[in-house]
Design a protein around this ligand. Structure first.
Ligand SMILES: *[C@@H]1O[C@H](CO)[C@@H](O)[C@H](O)[C@H]1NC(C)=O
Ligand SMILES: *[C@@H]1O[C@H](CO)[C@@H](O)[C@H](O)[C@H]1NC(C)=O
Ligand SMILES: *[C@@H]1O[C@H](CO)[C@@H](O)[C@H](O)[C@H]1NC(C)=O
Length: 329
């Protein structure tokens, strides 16, 4: 006969589940570890040392909200990625400038996205966050197509236009009303992208439309595009704008914002995503394995303030041996 504890656990598993794979236990993981994908260096980047990088701002962004970071390097085997997946509590797909269908970054994204879908379907809550290129990559992963279109949004700070659906969103639910007001009125979200998912292409694609709920949009004056979305049935979130830049990047260019409200918006997005990761209970197989995987093993490299500012922040050259570095302290 099963023990009362087991019966309770089964009951709880049955009661949660729909529509999102709810984290069934009240018990949260207060030592969340989030994987951040590395990507190929930008061709011609004068600062590049190795062949891949992670921008330090994403690492600091997650750390500021109470998570630790594991870098996920390119060019590893599927088995290695699956092992990492089962050790981390969430995944961040950063901004950058690689091909969304042929790069190593896109290959890794697909491996982790597929694992996350499978895990969530089995009530193993696993959140994903995409920023800028990460947002764009998620649209390709979900639709199996590149449906992006060019917009005039290479260096501009915009206010968000909230949809009615945003009011019941998980992402914005706990944002203070004053902050939501700033986000909707002031030019505090940094846009550094040439490509966007137009509302039109989203609406015409059955997969995207059923998978994601649009929370905010923007326009470049010609096309309305999606700036924030969350998945209906999965803890997946994507922003076309750059919350990590306001507190952690200092290139002096149009579109960069460092106002108190922009920094607050940055923190609230990070805090939200880290709270999601706290619902996951994956673990490294030992403390020493965890220690070896953490980004603390790498030294960031300062790449100067003259950064190539496209979708991505400044480039962190990789350290000599390890293929990945957080960038710039
Ligand atoms: C829709 O996607 C196609 C690519 O499949 C792209 O060429 C086109 O510009 C997009 N149109 C809009 C309005 O976004
Ligand atoms: C502020 O946002 C508006 C759109 O609401 C945009 O037209 C304008 O260019 C932005 N201004 C700056 C300084 O980024
Ligand atoms: C990944 O593989 C490609 C092609 O095989 C190679 O050019 C690149 O240097 C490798 N990068 C890393 C970080 O191992």
């Amino acid at each position: 006969m099963s023990s009362p504890v087991a019966v309770l656990a089964v009951l709880a598993a049955c009661l949660c589940g729909v529509p999102l794979p709810v984290a069934c236990s009240d018990h949260l993981n207060y030592r969340p570890i989030i994987g951040v994908l590395a990507q190929e260096n930008i061709v011609g980047d004068p600062h590049a040392q190795g062949s891949s990088y992670i921008a330090a701002s994403y690492v600091k962004y997650l750390e500021s909200a109470g998570a630790r970071v594991v870098p996920i390097k390119i060019n590893r085997t599927d088995e290695e990625y699956e092992k990492i997946f089962n050790s981390i509590n969430g995944l961040l797909l950063p901004g950058g400038d690689v091909d969304l269908q042929t790069s190593q970054f896109s290959r890794l994204s697909k491996i982790f996205y597929d694992l996350a879908i499978k895990a969530n379907d089995a009530s193993d809550y696993f959140p994903i966050w995409g920023t800028c290129q990460g947002f764009q990559q998620m649209t390709v992963l979900t639709s199996n197509k590149n449906l992006l279109t060019l917009t005039d949004t290479k260096a501009v700070a915009l206010p968000l236009t909230f949809t009615p659906a945003s009011q019941n969103s998980r992402l914005f639910k706990a944002f203070p009303s004053g902050l939501l007001q700033s986000l909707s009125k002031d030019n505090i979200t940094s846009n550094f992208h040439s490509w966007s998912l137009s509302l039109q292409n989203y609406s015409r694609n059955a997969k995207l439309k059923s998978f994601y709920k649009v929370l905010t949009t923007n326009t470049d004056g010609r096309r309305e595009f999606i700036s924030t979305m969350e998945a209906n049935r999965y803890p997946f979130y994507a922003v076309q704008w750059h919350p990590e830049k306001s507190p952690f990047e200092w290139v002096d260019k149009p579109g960069m914002v460092h106002s108190a409200a922009s920094v607050r918006a940055s923190f609230y997005t990070a805090h939200f995503f880290v709270s999601e990761a706290m619902k996951n209970h994956h673990k490294f197989s030992s403390a020493s394995e965890e220690e070896r995987a953490l980004i603390y093993n790498y030294s960031p490299v300062f790449t100067g303030l003259d950064g190539l500012l496209t979708c991505q922040p400044l480039l962190p050259p990789s350290p000599p041996d390890p293929a990945v570095s957080p960038l710039v302290w």
